[in-house]
Ligand binder design. Sequence first.
Ligand code: 8OZ
Length: 358
Amino acid sequence: MPSLFDPMQIGDLILANRIVMAPLTRSRSRGLKPGAMAVEYYRQRAAAGLIITEGTQINPEGQGYLDTPGIHSSEQIAAWREVTDAVHAAGGKIAVQLWHVGRISHQVFQPEGRAPVSSTSRPANGKTFTAEGLVPVSAPRALATEEIPGVVAAFVHAARCAMEAGFDAVEVHGANGYLIDQFLRDSINDRTDQYGGSIENRARLLVEVMTAIAAAIGPGRTGLRLSPVTPVNDAGQDSQAQALFNHVAEQLAPLKLAFLDVVEGQTGGPRDIAPFDYQAMRQRFGGTWIANNGYSREMALQAVAAGEADAIAFGRDFISNPDLVRRLRLNAPLQPLDRATLYGGDAKGYIDYPALAA
Ligand code: 8OZ
C-alpha cells in the first residue's frame, strides 16, 4: 500500500503527495477577486499535493458571504492567474472550488437585491456574514424548472474560466447545505418536478452539472466534494442518506471523474454524528477518494496505508501551518489555529503563520 507521502495520479494530474489542502473560506477577497495576499497565502502552501481553493462563486447569485471570490469574469480570471502562476512556480497543483450557495445567502449579495435561489422557497435557519455582521439568511425563491439549464450553464462557464485562469482542475461544491445539497436532500428539496421527489430526481442537478463540466474541460480535471451526513447550514439528514449517496456514486462512476472529496461526519466537527458507510459509497464510485474532516497525522497515515482513502484533505491545520506537509513528514508539532482571524481582516492569521526553521 502507498504512503501519505507518495506521489499519485489523480485524473490528468500527478500530485507530489497525497496531502490535500481542503477548501477554506477566508473572506478576504475585496472586489470579489483574490488579491496579492491570496497569491502569497496559496504560494506558501504549494507543497500540498493538491490545493483546493476556498469556495469561489460561479456567478453573482452564487455568492452568500462577504468578500468571497468569484470565477466568472475576465477580471477574476486575471486575478486567479496570479495565484495559479505562483503555485505552479513553487511546484504545486491547484484546483478551484466552484460554489453556488443557493439559499445560504442574503439579498444584499444578490443582483438587484433579489431573493436568493434554491430548490425550495423555505428559508434556512442560519446566518451569514455581511458588511453588517452576522445576519439571518434571506428567504429564497424556488428555481423554476426552466431555469435549471441556466444553473448548469453557469457551472460550465465557471469551469471554462478556471481553465483560462490556469487551474489544474475544478472541484464542484456539492456539500455543506449549499445549492447542490439543497437539491440532493429530501429534508430540503420539496419540488414536484423532475428535480424533486425520488432519489433519482434529487440527484439529477448534480449529475447534470458533473456531466456537463466533464464534457467541457475533461473528466480528468473535474472533481466533486460531498458531505453525506453533515448538518451544517440547516442541512437536515436525508431520510435515506446511504441510499441517496450510493446512488450518486453509481451515477458518477461512468464519468471517470478525477476525484471525490468526502467530508466524514459534521464539517469541522464530530466525525461520528450519524452512521454512514463511506466505503460502500466509495466502492460504487470506483475512482480516487479523498477523505476529509478532523484527520490527525496518525489517522491519515493509517487510512492511506490501509487503502481506505487515496488521499487526505486537511483544512484548519493548513491555515495555521503553511508547511504542513513538511511538519507531517517530520512529525513536528503543529501550530494552533487563531479562530479570531479566520474570516475577513488582513495579513494577520492569513500569511503570517511561520514555517519551521530550515
Ligand atoms: C465557513 C464559512 C463560510 C463558508 C463550507 C464554504 O462550509 C463553506 C464555508 C465555511 O463549505
